[in-house]
Design a binder for this molecule. Structure first.
Ligand code: DAH
Length: 342
């Protein structure tokens, strides 16, 4: 008897009443004359008279709990039905669509870049936009009087003689330094982010823009590893048939250094206004990490070597989405941004 009562109590507790049908099913299962509880009451007859009061009490408790559950559920169902009615809600109507924001075109391009390098095993590292002069310049092997340190290019926040400068980073390369100081090789990271330059503002250049930096440090890393990586990236980013051109260049933090052009994917290298009839578009700077930079970060250049690259993001966004003024990317005018919702 005891087990039957407990089993029925468990069944009552577990019974879900979410609508009128389930409410009726509950009533039929437990509360009617032929229901589970009444049946147990009938069985009392076969129990020894001395034990009847004990079980009678338990059964009364069981009936109460079933009745309470029934009434609670009935009350709730009625309430929600009348609420729907009084508020005139037609529950069968399709919902109203929320306005979803759209991804910024520069973020779309950056997203593609992150995915492509992510697939090649690069992880993402970030650093602050407010950077120290030593990370932005000195540790990257910029000589003390390098013109890039000029007020013309850099937004200095604090310049106190004898102290480290505080500035808005002019490139994402200082994140390389931060990663090399923090981690032991092998290192394989990309560093996306905003950078700032004190430039004359025009349709083609703005005081803030996005870059993506790459860094790979390990034993026996060579320039051919760099080329293979850039080739693989460019094919996935700009199309399978693009060609690349590596031109010798100079950056204080790489030796040798190169700038890379991709065959113009707008005119299939035939020559157009954007590539200035040359058939080529510059996409990035790169090179083998300078031994001095490795040394500055406590990495032995005799044991390790590495490559680095840095590319602009916004220009690709402008070309891909046929936007003719870089300022549009930073004004956050919704009339412009909502054109990129999908
Ligand atoms: N930091 C450079 C710039 O802003 C771009 C760059 C060139 C980054 C070569 C690199 C590199 O990592 O190896 O113009």
């Amino acid at each position: 008897m005891k087990e039957s009562i407990e089993a029925l109590q468990r069944e009552i507790n577990a019974f879900a009443i979410r609508n009128d049908e389930e409410l009726e099913a509950f009533r039929l299962r437990f509360l009617v004359r032929k229901g589970g509880i009444a049946t147990l009451f009938d069985a009392l007859r076969d129990i020894e008279p001395a034990e009847r009061p004990t079980y009678g009490k338990l059964l009364n408790g069981l009936r109460k709990s079933a009745e309470r559950k029934f009434e609670d559920a009935a009350g709730k169902l009625e309430q929600s039905a009348s609420r729907a009615k009084t508020h005139g809600i037609d529950l069968t109507l399709p919902g109203r669509r929320e306005f979803l924001g759209s991804e910024h075109p520069a973020q779309k391009v950056l997203g593609d870049m992150k995915r492509i390098f992510g697939d090649m095993g690069f992880t993402i590292a970030t650093g602050p936009e407010l950077e120290s002069g030593s990370y932005n310049f000195d540790m990257l092997n910029f000589p003390p009087n390098h013109p890039a340190r000029d007020m013309q290019d850099t937004f200095f926040i604090r310049r106190t003689p004898g102290e480290d400068d505080l500035l808005l980073r002019t490139h994402t390369s200082p994140v390389q330094i931060r990663v090399m100081l923090d981690e032991k090789p092998p290192i394989r990271v990309i560093c996306p982010g905003k950078v700032y330059r004190n430039e004359a503002i025009s349709a083609r250049s703005y005081c803030v823009f996005h870059q993506l930096e790459g860094l790979y440090i390990d034993k026996h890393v060579s320039f051919s590893d760099l080329k293979a990586t850039i080739y693989s990236f460019a094919r996935q980013m700009f199309g399978r048939d693009v060609r690349l051109r590596f031109r010798p260049s100079f950056f204080p933090f790489t030796e040798p250094s190169a700038e890379v052009d991709v065959s113009c994917y707008l005119c299939s290298a035939k020559g157009c206004k954007v590539c200035k009839q040359s058939g080529w578009l510059e996409i990035l700077g790169c090179g083998m990490v300078h031994p001095n930079v490795l040394k500055n970060c406590g990495i032995d250049p005799e044991e390790y070597s590495g490559y680095a690259f840095g590319m602009g993001v916004d220009r690709t966004a402008l070309l891909r989405y046929k936007i003719d003024d870089i300022r549009l990317l930073f004004e956050n005018d919704v009339r412009m941004l909502e054109q990129f919702s999908q």
